[in-house]
Write a protein that binds this ligand. Structure first.
Ligand SMILES: [Zn+2]
Length: 138
């Protein structure tokens, strides 16, 4: 396995496995940084396996991780959005306007941000778990 450590991109890169910031680690079997995938430290043991996956297989793992993330936070996210609406004296779906949706979107509450953060964490953990356990992606 060739881990290229200490490399820096001008723009932050995300981990090819869990979608967190990739730090300065890359994996490339040939050692060619142009053909590398960027990874974070916790995902380093999964780099070779992920690099060798077809796009279809990686897409299946990602779809499963997205589903797990959405399922895990849907209740708290729905509750957070309903609380936002309630706090704005919106108690009927017909009273929701595009302006209200924009206002909530532009200044999301802490509860909404926490739900999104939890979804991202669940996505990454699911990717590491599913790939690490060789769970069949389909
Ligand atoms: Zn990672």
């Amino acid at each position: 396995m060739t881990i290229l450590a200490g490399h820096r991109e001008q723009q932050p890169t995300i981990c090819a496995i869990c979608a967190r910031q990739a730090e300065s680690l890359a994996y490339s079997p040939s050692g060619d940084l142009r053909k590398a995938i960027w990874i974070c430290a916790p995902c380093t043991p999964l780099a070779r396996k992920t690099y060798a996956m077809t796009d279809k297989t990686l897409n299946e793992y990602e779809s499963r991780a997205i589903f797990a993330a959405a399922k895990s936070v849907a209740p708290s996210l729905i509750e957070a959005v309903l609380t936002e609406l309630w706090d704005r004296n919106i108690d009927s779906l017909s009273a929701i306007t595009p302006e209200i949706i924009t206002a909530i979107s532009e200044t999301p509450s802490l509860a909404i941000k926490d739900a999104i953060g939890s979804a991202l964490a669940t996505y990454g953990a699911t990717m590491r778990e599913e790939i690490g356990n060789d769970n069949p992606p389909f």
